[in-house]
Design a protein around this ligand. Structure first.
Ligand code: ATP
Length: 270
């Protein structure tokens, strides 16, 4: 049996409705949706459709979600892999996986390729020249650049990649015709947190005392992923206490729990 090379999803259900806040980023990726849906509108005037864009921002802010929503909005298949999968890979495996990924995506074109944690393969080259394990990473990166350069003018595949460390990326990745656009995906402000709460409260049985304005005030510095976590944790706490609906106190307890978790995580890092 063959190991799965990458994820592919031909019927993406995620749309912009699932992505709260991020108005600027959504506006920018809306253009990519349009390139995928109506390429002739651009190419007939002699324009070249961009091949790649980099989604840049802290962890858990919705980069993967946004990339998936682009595919969902354009109704095109979504192919994805994570840069971290390539760490400690056998010689040749990374490059051949990238080759297969692009081959599949081109066959199913128009389509989206999403590479999460691109920094794991796209770190500036030559920094750890002494470590042999680095060679495969470089092979993989070179293969990625080769594939993007090799796109014909009418290959309607757009490559989105995510990173929280754009500063350490190899400049070759950002050259014209590669990931030459950067789209910022920041932590949500108070108003955006309220919107994210609204999205993640949708599936819950809510008590009358729930107030998303209050919840967004209680969660400064939280990412969208943290908020999704809070909502789920609150539902579990309410269930544990045999409640019929999730109430304000369940949310406060969930927020405390998530803050505790975040503090622990930060202690390990620093
Ligand atoms: P990482 O850099 O850690 O891969 P990411 O930026 O790709 O993170 P996602 O994986 O997209 O973040 O977010 C994780 C989950 O958090 C999403 O599946 C979603 O449930 C929730 N989430 C994050 N941002 C938002 C948002 N703007 N609106 C709604 N939900 C969000």
């Amino acid at each position: 049996s063959k190991a799965k090379l990458f994820d592919q999803n031909t019927e993406v259900k995620t749309t912009f409705k699932d992505v709260a806040g991020l108005e600027g980023a959504k506006e920018e990726v809306q253009e990519i949706v349009d390139f995928l849906k109506h390429p002739e509108k651009y190419t007939s005037l002699g324009g070249k459709i961009p091949k790649g864009a980099l989604l840049v921002g802290p962890p858990g802010t919705g980069k993967t979600l946004l990339a998936r929503a682009v595919a969902g909005e354009a109704k095109v298949p979504f192919f994805s892999l994570s840069g971290s999968d390539f760490v400690e890979m056998f010689v040749g495996v990374g490059a051949s996986r990238v080759r297969d990924l692009f081959k599949q995506a081109k066959e199913k074109s128009p389509s989206i390729i999403f590479i999460d944690e691109i920094d794991a393969i796209g770190r500036a080259r030559g920094k750890n020249a002494m470590s042999g394990s680095n060679d495969e990473r470089e092979n993989t990166l070179n293969q990625l650049l080769t594939e993007m350069d090799g796109f014909g003018t009418n290959t309607n595949v757009i490559v989105l990649a995510a990173t929280n460390r754009a500063d350490i990326l190899d400049k070759a990745l950002m050259r014209a015709g590669r990931f030459d656009r950067q789209i910022y995906v920041d932590l949500p402000d108070i108003r955006e947190r309220k919107e994210i709460f609204e999205v993640h409260l949708r599936p819950l049985k809510k008590a009358k005392d729930l107030d998303t304005e209050f919840l967004s005030k209680q969660t400064p510095g939280f990412s969208g992923a943290d908020i999704a976590n809070v909502c789920n944790e609150a539902a579990l706490i309410a269930a544990r206490n045999n409640k019929k609906a999730v109430d304000k106190q369940d949310f406060l307890d969930a927020v405390d729990r998530i803050i505790g978790g975040l503090e622990k995580k930060n202690k390990i890092i620093t």
